[in-house]
Design a protein around this ligand. Structure first.
Ligand code: S3P
Length: 448
């Protein structure tokens, strides 16, 4: 029988909701998860830039893709009302973006802002202004502005052009070979988008492989793209001719990760998660959970619209501590908050290193997770680039805060499933950024 493991309360400020979690049970059954956020953004952007019609099945209906859709509507693309059945886009055609009358608002979405910058900077003779919410306006933009300026882009913003709001005067850009100091799919994809409109070869080399959804989808839309897997390099030869496509978005492994960890740590749990994107550049979370001793199997592997997909079965088991560092970090960058929760219930001390990037996500995720889990009684030490987490934790319910960060809020909710007493999570509405039906899925899976 399902119970109200999680109840949602409106706070005094109507924009804020609080989750109250009172666990006593386990997770059972099967579920599907919402569409992949990274793939949803790219499908909307390429569909908007292509000639002809694009259809998207399984689009994530979170706030981040809504920000992308609204920006590209303002730039002239005809995008139907968003739904998970079938979104229709009538593309503008590459190079045909309109100068919008207002400011383009990327909301909370770093992917929207950074990828769009490459597109805007390479559209000559038009001026654009872009902004975001308080979190996004404090996140570093130099990582994309600097290489775009090397291509000849004209971009202005606060603090020497490193912070949004930004103003862009589109230019004919010059192709470059950019050696990125960080493995970041947002940096890579920004420059790939700039390369679409730039005559010649734009190459990006990364220190480690980041997610490759752009590479796969650029090829599907007909862009001239070459990947060198040995050097983690990708080359886009422009100008491109993009043709609208039918895209099917798989479930987001970053959202599946909450149920994978919940089932692994809550005794008696047994869960199937259907239709999960298992692109190898994203499956670091599966490798680490396996290394920790999770009882997990992948079934029914298949390829859907160029992306690998599988169903995942996971059951509770005693986890062991591990070290999470090095080349796996970009493959699980968004899953570190929830893996920190898994580590609390493993035997031994888990060490997370090489993850300083977490300090410049939607919140400082290292500080957010360490301080909020400490309130619940966890022993976690924050390091400049990671966390040290004492396992075998006994958590007590407490009042904690999401920091306005979707992944922090949902990770704390999973930790609360293992706490004694009641946990309240403030600013929990942030979950709608990437997982609008997180609460109903938890209520559906929870059996007391
Ligand atoms: C994303 C890339 C990652 C990830 C983000 C989505 C993307 O960011 O954290 O949630 O869609 O390209 P970085 O490229 O900054 O690591």
């Amino acid at each position: 029988m399902s119970t109200d493991v999680l109840t949602v309360h409106a706070a005094t400020n109507p924009a804020h909701t609080t989750w109250v979690i009172q666990p006593q049970g386990s997770l059972q059954g099967r579920t599907t998860i919402p569409g992949d956020k990274s793939i949803s953004h790219r499908a909307l952007m390429l569909g908007a830039l292509a000639s002809g019609k694009t259809t998207i099945q399984g689009l994530l209906l979170g706030e981040d893709p809504r920000s992308t859709a609204n920006c590209f509507r303002a730039l002239g693309a005809q995008i139907s009302e968003l739904n998970s059945e079938q979104v229709q886009i009538q593309g503008i055609g590459l190079g045909q973006l309109q100068e919008p009358t207002g400011v383009l608002d990327a909301g909370n979405s770093g992917t929207t802002l950074r990828l769009m910058l490459g597109i805007l900077a390479s559209h000559p003779d038009r001026v654009f202004t872009v902004t975001g919410d308080t979190s996004l306006c404090s996140r570093p933009m130099a990582r994309v502005v600097t290489p775009l300026q090397q291509m000849g882009a004209q971009i202005w913003g606060r603090q020497s052009d490193t912070l949004a709001p930004l103003a862009i005067r589109g230019q004919h850009l010059q192709p470059i070979h950019y050696h990125s100091p960080i493995a970041s799919a947002q940096v890579k994809s920004c420059l790939m988008f700039a390369g679409l409109m730039t005559v010649g070869q734009t190459t990006i080399t990364e220190p480690a492989l980041s997610r490759d959804h752009s590479e796969r989808m650029f090829a599907a839309f007909g862009a001239d793209i070459a990947v060198d897997p040995d050097t983690y390099s990708v080359t886009v030869t422009g100008p491109a001719q993009l043709q609208g496509q039918a895209i099917v978005v798989p479930g987001d492994i970053s959202s599946a990760a909450f149920w994978l960890v919940a089932a692994a740590i809550v005794p008696g749990s047994d869960v199937w998660i259907k239709n999960v994107g298992v692109n190898p550049t994203r499956t670091g979370v599966l490798d680490i959970l396996e290394q920790m001793g999770a009882e997990m199997t992948l079934a029914n592997p298949r390829t859907v619209a160029g992306e690998p997909v599988a169903d995942i079965h996971i059951r509770h088991s005693q986890l062991q501590s591990t070290v999470i560092s090095g080349a796996v970090i970009p493959r699980l960058i968004d899953e570190i908050p929830i893996l920190a929760v898994a580590a609390l219930f493993a035997k031994g001390v888990t060490v997370i290193r090489d993850a300083a990037e977490l300090r410049v996500k939607e919140s400082d995720r290292l500080t957010a997770m360490a301080t909020q889990l400490q309130k619940m009684g966890a022993q976690i030490t924050e390091q400049p680039d990671g966390l040290e987490i004492q396992g075998n934790a006994s958590l007590k319910g407490a009042a904690v805060d999401s920091f306005g960060d979707h992944r922090v809020g949902m990770s704390l909710a999973i930790a609360a499933l293992k706490a004694t007493g009641i946990t309240t999570i403030h600013r929990a509405q942030a979950a709608a950024i990437s997982y609008p039906n997180f609460v109903s899925t938890l209520q559906q899976l929870w059996q007391s």
